[in-house]
Design a protein around this ligand. Structure first.
Ligand SMILES: CC(C)(COP(=O)(O)OP(=O)(O)OC[C@H]1O[C@@H](n2cnc3c(N)ncnc32)[C@H](O)[C@@H]1OP(=O)(O)O)[C@@H](O)C(=O)NCCC(=O)NCCS
Length: 242
């Protein structure tokens, strides 16, 4: 990992790399935000999960206001089968070295300030020396999906992971490359809850790159000349992205 990069923050917030002594604050924030969410949307994890990352397996960046933790983002460096580098199998070159963006939360009082996006960008900049980063996001979590797509991640797969929940697998190559698909290319809009249609398009080589229609649909594109199925989603127009 690199030395801590500098990022722009709203007034009153400080960024700090969290340590073992911060586990209780991380756990409290995690429990606060997951309390109101179904377990299928954000998987609840234990203090041990955060402790393992902090001890020898990555880093957790925190944003604090007056010494209180209001947001965090975890970066995981060593991946086992459960954490799923294999989630991207067939979508990236074999053997690609990857880190995982392994969880983030923003306190409800601090939402709408792009704090998750700032923590995503920050962790990508920490991930020096690997070829890419990935994350998993539930199809029922449009806010997080919107933030990852806004930071240049692309939906590469939709898989049943962890203890059997559906997750989009989002990937970003590092250093960031230009999107491999042109703005003018053919595209499809698929409602987030149409799981079969996502699976079908992804299996045919399409890539999800933006949300549209108020966050209800994922836009898919395909590289020109790539062998592809026409897919079953609707063709999209510029106005779909509003
Ligand atoms: C996901 C989370 C970290 C985002 O917090 P945040 O950085 O404050 O982000 P916001 O709530 O402002 O939303 C980000 C974007 O999603 C959009 N959005 C929010 N809710 C939305 C919804 N229900 N449908 C569609 N879009 C939505 C916002 O308009 C915003 O878009 P913009 O950046 O283009 O303006 C926060 O909601 C959270 O802690 N959720 C619970 C834990 C979680 O889901 N963690 C991520 C697991 S992958």
């Amino acid at each position: 990992m690199s030395e801590s990069p500098v990022i722009d923050l709203p007034a009153g917030l400080q960024l700090r790399m969290l340590q073992d002594g911060d586990i209780d604050s991380i756990d409290s924030l995690h429990r606060l935000v997951t309390r109101s969410l179904d377990e299928s949307v954000v998987r609840p994890v234990s203090k041990d999960y955060f402790a393992r990352i902090l001890q020898d397996n990555g880093a957790i960046a925190g944003l604090e206001a007056d010494g209180l933790l209001v947001a965090y983002g975890a970066l995981q460096c060593k991946l086992d089968e459960y954490d799923g580098a294999s989630f991207l199998e067939g979508r990236t070159q074999p053997g690609l070295q990857l880190y995982k963006l392994a969880g983030s939360s923003v306190h409800p009082d601090w939402r709408g300030m792009r704090l998750q996006r700032r923590l995503i960008d920050f962790r990508c900049r920490l991930a020096i020396g690997v070829q890419g980063v990935f994350a998993t996001v539930s199809p029922d979590n449009p806010a997080s999906l919107s933030n990852f797509l806004g930071c240049g991640f692309q939906v590469e797969a939709l898989r049943r992971v962890y203890s059997g929940v559906m997750r989009f697998v989002l990937f970003k190559s590092l250093p960031a490359e230009a999107l491999p698909v042109p703005e003018q290319g053919e595209c499809r809009m698929v409602p987030l809850n149409k799981i079969d249609e996502h699976v079908h398009l992804l299996a045919s080589g399409w890539i999800g790159d933006a949300l549209g229609q108020g966050g209800r649909m994922l836009r898919y594109r395909v590289a020109p000349g790539q062998v592809q199925s026409m897919g079953r989603g609707n063709s999209c127009r510029r106005s779909d992205l509003s």
